[in-house]
Structures are given as structure tokens and as C-alpha cells.
Design a protein around this ligand. Structure first.
Ligand SMILES: CSCC[C@H](NC=O)C(=O)O
Ligand SMILES: [Zn+2]
Ligand SMILES: [Zn+2]
Length: 397
């Protein structure tokens, strides 16, 4: 892959790098600067711009390119504006400088997840508008806050608002994940996040004694049961080449809490788990399984949910592939705002046009090659006319 010198950088790459420099990093994202950036871009592109404050300080920016047939439902292009924190000392370059190396790799938090996609949507629309096109269906681009921490102050609230329903979205696109091969991955469903805290209570006392019924022993049993389940799912994934990561249920032990001193047996200890439940799992039976592992550990072991998504949806896909790209349909291993969009009945796919790219979302040295970025703009420039020209469907009336 070749790249141009800085003096002849493609303007779409320059805009991408400008956006990457806005510090929308959790836990204190500069959302004001991002909203101002999209307002200014809307002005330049001649697009309608609406701001919807879904919670105090949490604004969804909607940029609209009206279609020629207002009776048709619209195409929704969604992207989140926040990015995850960095461990700066592990980066080769400042993650908020959008440094481009001599080969053309752009280093920045958000380069893959998912500031690239936001700018690709905008640049594809810019090109199509400059070329004088109009399409029957309206294209809305939504730029939403808060995805990286669960979307509770972002898309989860937005889909319940009258402003969302007024968009009349008939089909949506949101983020996917890079693919290191020549193929592009398209996500048609997601695993459901269940965040579970198991709390064990037992007899306290002097830690020099063989006390019976301690919180730690019982917690240990539950941890063992859950980690044995993890191993079973891992083996199932490893042994079947047809299964992808999103098709099995994953779990990780992510927190252990409790205790006050070396020589005091604590009365309470807890373990927190991040489960990602595959869409074909019987949720009721799975919850009962969790409960029975707690009961089997002994008295006083309970569980609570900090997050429990119960509406897994699958967006139907068929073999028609108007994009002429090699596509690999998969279930998203992580959770994105697409789950909220699908839950209100809008078919949605997760797609970030990055092939031949290592998966670096949330990682150190997150980066994207400018040529891959620009090819993504080309892809949307071909995809959007196809989507926005789909003739009337039964669901449109
Ligand atoms: C479950 S709410 C958190 C959402 C988050 N999304 C992206 O990484 C995730 O952990 O999948
Ligand atoms: Zn993301
Ligand atoms: Zn993310």
C-alpha cells in the first residue's frame, strides 16, 4: 500500500484525523466539541442538523439528507462518538494526535472503533452530493454518545424518543469489527451482555481456625462451576471450525471483592462475571443454571444482575450481496447500540469496512491504514445508493 506525502493528503483523511483529535474519551468525553464538529460538517455538506438531548449533557446529533420519496422509510447510519480510555505508556504515539507514519498508518484511539465509520458515512454522502445524486430514501446519520459504557445515556434513550420514531428508519447500519483477511465481516446479531455479581455470606471468625461454612469456600465452588462452564464453551468453539466466537457463550471473572485483614475470616465475599450469552441460548434455563450453581455451593449464596439484556434479535440476511465484496456473516461477540435499534424492530447490520486490518479495537496502538480508510469511503459510496434506492417494501406502508 502506498501513501501520499502530507502536502497531498486526501481531504477525507484530513477530516478523519481532525475528528480523532477530539477527546471524546471515557470517562469524561468532550461531547460538546464532537457535536460542534458535526454541526460544522452538516453546514459544509448542506445537510439538515438536529440535536436531541436525551439526558442532560448527552446529545444525539442527527444529520439528514432528504430522499425524493418521503413515503419510503429511511436508511439510518449510526455511529457512537465516545472512545475507550488508553494506557498512554503503551502507545508508540500520542493516541489523540492522529499521527500518520511513513507507511500511512494512522494511530489513534477511535481509529477503528469507530471514528473511521462516522467520517466514512459523511465522506460518502459528500461525494454523492457533489456528483449531483438524489435517492428515493432519506439517509439519516446519527452520532450518539455513551456507547462504550452501555448506551444507557445514548441510544437506549434515543430509540424511545419521538424524534427517533420521526426518522422512520427502515434499515440501519452500525459498527462491526476489522477482519485481518481479504474478507469483510458483517454482524447480523449480537450476544447478550449479562453482568452477574455472586455474593457469598458465611461464618466470620479468627483466621487461624478451621471454621466451617465460610464465604470464601462457597464462593470458590461457584467460581469453579462458572469457570468449568467457560472451559466447556471454549472447547466447543475450538473443536468446531464452523463456530465463530459470537456463536458460543463466553464468561470471564472480572472482579473479586471482600475481606478486611489477613487474620479475619470475612462474612461476605463476591465475584463478578461478564457473560456474553449467545442468541440461541434458552435464557430462562440459563438463568436457572446460574441459580442452581449458587444453591449447590451452600446457604447464603445469591446473585444479582448489573446488566441483563433479554432481547436478542437476529436481522435476517439472505445470499443476495449487492456489494460484490467477500462477506463473512457473524454474531457480534460484544454489545453495540445495534441491540437497541433491533429491539425496536428496525433490521440492523454491524459493518465497519476494514479488511486486511488487525483487530485493535480497545487495544494499545489502535490504528488504521489510510488506504483501508479510503476504500471504506468507496464502499459506502457504492452501498448507500443501493440502500437508498430499494423500492417500496411491505414494511414501508
Ligand atoms: C454491555 S454494555 C457495554 C458495551 C460494550 N460495548 C463495546 O465494547 C461492551 O462491553 O460490549
Ligand atoms: Zn464501538
Ligand atoms: Zn468499543
Amino acid at each position: 500500500m502506498t501513501s501520499k506525502g502530507p502536502e497531498e493528503e486526501h481531504p477525507s483523511v484530513t477530516l478523519f484525523r481532525q475528528y480523532l483529535r477530539i477527546r471524546t474519551v471515557q470517562p469524561k468525553p468532550d461531547y460538546g466539541a464532537a457535536v460542534a464538529f458535526f454541526e460544522e460538517t452538516a453546514r459544509q455538506l448542506g445537510l439538515g442538523c438536529q440535536k436531541v438531548e436525551v439526558a442532560p449533557g448527552y446529545v444525539v446529533t442527527v444529520l439528514t439528507w432528504p430522499g425524493t420519496n418521503p413515503t419510503l422509510s429511511s436508511i439510518l447510519l449510526n455511529s457512537h462518538t465516545d472512545v475507550v480510555p488508553v494506557f498512554k505508556e503503551h502507545w508508540s504515539h500520542d493516541p489523540f494526535e492522529a499521527f500518520k507514519d511513513s507507511e500511512g498508518y494512522i494511530y489513534a484511539r477511535g481509529a477503528q472503533d469507530m471514528k473511521c465509520v462516522s467520517i466514512q458515512y459523511l465522506e460518502a454522502v459528500r461525494r454523492l452530493k457533489v456528483e449531483g445524486h438524489r435517492f428515493p430514501r432519506t439517509i439519516h446519520m446519527t452520532f450518539v454518545p455513551d456507547e462504550e459504557v452501555g448506551g444507557h445515556q445514548g441510544m437506549e434513550l434515543f430509540v424511545q424518543r419521538p424524534e427517533f420514531h420521526a426518522l422512520r428508519a427502515g434499515f440501519a447500519l452500525d459498527e462491526g469489527i476489522a477482519n485481518p483477511t481479504d474478507a469483510f465481516t458483517v454482524f447480523y446479531s449480537e450476544r447478550s451482555p449479562w453482568w452477574v455479581r455472586v455474593t457469598s455470606t458465611g461464618r466470620p471468625g479468627h483466621a487461624s481456625r478451621f471454621m466451617e461454612d465460610t464465604a470464601a469456600e462457597k464462593l470458590h465452588k461457584v467460581v469453579n462451576s462458572i469457570l468449568a462452564f467457560r472451559e466447556k464453551e471454549w472447547q466447543r468453539l475450538q473443536s468446531n471450525p464452523h463456530l465463530k466466537e459470537g456463536s458460543v457463550t463466553s464468561v470471564n471473572l472480572t472482579k473479586l471483592e471482600g475481606g478486611v485483614a489477613y487474620n479475619v475470616i470475612p462474612a461476605t465475599m463476591s465475584a463478578s462475571f461478564d457473560f456474553r450469552v449467545a442468541p440461541d441460548v434458552d435464557f430462562k434455563a440459563f438463568e436457572e443454571q446460574l441459580q442452581s450453581w449458587c444453591q449447590a455451593a451452600g446457604e447464603g449464596v445469591t446473585l444479582e444482575f448489573a446488566q441483563k439484556w433479554m432481547h436478542p434479535q437476529v436481522t435476517p440476511t439472505d445470499d443476495s450481496n449487492p456489494w460484490n465484496l467477500t462477506l463473512e456473516p457473524e454474531i457480534m461477540p460484544a454489545a453495540t447500540d445495534n441491540r437497541y435499534i433491533r429491539a425496536v424492530g428496525v433490521p440492523a447490520l454491524g459493518f465497519s469496512p476494514m479488511n486486511r486490518t488487525p483487530v485493535l479495537l480497545h487495544d494499545h496502538d489502535e490504528r488504521l491504514h489510510e488506504a483501508v480508510f479510503l476504500r471504506g469511503v468507496d464502499i459506502y459510496t457504492r452501498l448507500l445508493p443501493a440502500l437508498a434506492s430499494v423500492p417500496a417494501l411491505p414494511s414501508d406502508s
